[in-house]
Design a protein around this ligand. Structure first.
Ligand code: TXA
Ligand code: MG
Length: 367
């Protein structure tokens, strides 16, 4: 009876959010790696830090575990999931063909925020690739992910750790407030260093196609590919669908990522505008929304023409540098949402290759 009582005391509180495993000392990191590996080996999912955004990870060899990712996120079945590996051997186990160009790109950018789309091997279950014949592969740079994959010795399928179409998490609490009790195990690896999702490069098309721009831009890719940056097409925003998908599904897999009607979006209505100064911004908003628009519920995100004369109560500053901007972007948008913003006005960013990843996310976040 006593035993029963003491066990009863330790039953998890169903109203309490799951605990977060910390990694900020070597001993805690070690414990988190082993705890997360045990959950993954048992066929369950874990929220993990990566250098881009937090991921919702499962054993990529296990179709039932991967199915949980789709269920938890409410992810459309035709949207394939990126597979995370460490080392060339695990990468090659996922593909049926490893082109020489992949060796060069991997040597330059892996571990890091580049996903390569290659022909998949039979070992990768079709649920991972949404029935398609290609697999998106990435060797992440975050030390926790590297340790975790080495410990598991299987690849990890992991999309961003948020409900489908919501803003990606760059801090563990973003993931926790999106997924809550749907996930039992969260690992805190600190703020994501890159801050936007990886660049996705499709090597199964010739010339290769940038399916999703990211912090590794077309100039850097072209240099390694020995190509002109202009020869690298960036997918235009309308889904390209693969013909002849192998499995019966309601739709064929999306060839290009993030192309669902709305993606990477905060709750608030987001608009991208350019302005000369604060008065100009005020005039534009009054014209577009009406003079009585609610400034209390309007958040401004600015990197260059910062409106600090008092017309707007909520002004968020973000660095005027593409890498630092990307690192801060999602946390700022999450903060505006948490603060009760109804409208977020973002100052337009430059139209250059370095800014393409950020510009893409802003375009998709705008409704
Ligand atoms: O940085 C990232 O890529 C993060 C972290 C967790 O690694 N992951 C991420 O996953 O952003 P997700 O699922 O939110 O976005 C992956 C995108 C999807 O939109 C999907 O369409 C695309 O990559 N993708 C995955 N596999 C693909 C494939 N075989 N062919 C084309 N696109 C693929
Ligand atoms: Mg995502």
């Amino acid at each position: 009876m006593e035993l029963l009582n003491s066990r009863f005391i330790f039953l998890p509180d169903p109203h309490k959010l799951p605990d977060v495993l910390s990694t900020h000392t070597p001993a805690l990191l070690d414990a988190a790696v082993h705890a997360a590996a045990a959950v993954l080996r048992a066929g369950d999912v874990v929220v993990v830090p990566t250098e881009t955004v937090y991921g919702l990870a499962a054993n990529a060899w296990d179709p039932r575990a991967v199915e949980k990712i789709y269920e938890i996120k409410g992810r459309p079945p035709h949207n394939p999931i990126i597979v995370h590996v460490v080392g060339r051997a695990l990468a090659e186990a996922c593909v049926s063909f490893w082109p020489e160009v992949a060796t060069r790109l991997a040597a330059e950018f892996w571990p890091g925020p580049l996903t390569l789309v290659l022909p998949k091997s039979d070992r990768v279950p079709s649920i991972v690739t949404a029935g398609g014949t290609t697999v998106g592969l990435r060797w992440p740079q975050h030390p926790f992910m590297q340790r975790l994959i080495r410990t598991c010795d299987f690849p990890l399928a992991a999309p961003s750790a948020n409900l489908s179409n919501q803003l990606s998490p760059t801090q563990v609490q973003h993931a926790r407030s999106s997924l809550g009790k749907r996930v039992r195990c969260y690992v805190d690896g600190g703020d994501c260093n890159v801050g936007i999702e990886s660049t996705v490069l499709d090597l199964t098309q010739s010339p290769p196609v940038v399916l999703r721009p990211g912090i590794i831009d077309t100039n850097r890719l072209a240099r390694i590919l020995g190509a002109q940056p202009e020869s690298l097409r960036t997918s235009t925003g309308s889904p390209i669908r693969e013909p002849n998908v192998g499995i019966a599904s309601s739709a064929s897999p999306l060839r290009s990522p993030g192309l669902l009607s709305r993606h990477y979006a905060p709750r608030a209505h987001l608009q991208v505008l350019s302005w000369r100064d604060e008065q100009d911004l005020l005039a534009q908003l009054s014209r577009r929304i009406g003079a009585g628009f609610n400034r209390e519920k309007t958040w401004i995100l600015a990197h260059s023409k910062i409106p600090l004369q008092g017309a707007f109560p909520h002004v968020m500053l973000i660095p005027d540098d593409p890498e630092a901007y990307a690192r801060a972007l999602y946390a700022q948008l999450h903060q505006a949402d948490t603060g009760g913003a109804e409208r977020i006005i973002v100052e337009a960013v430059p139209d250059t290759a370095e800014w393409a990843g950020v510009a893409d996310r802003l375009r998709r976040a705008a409704k």
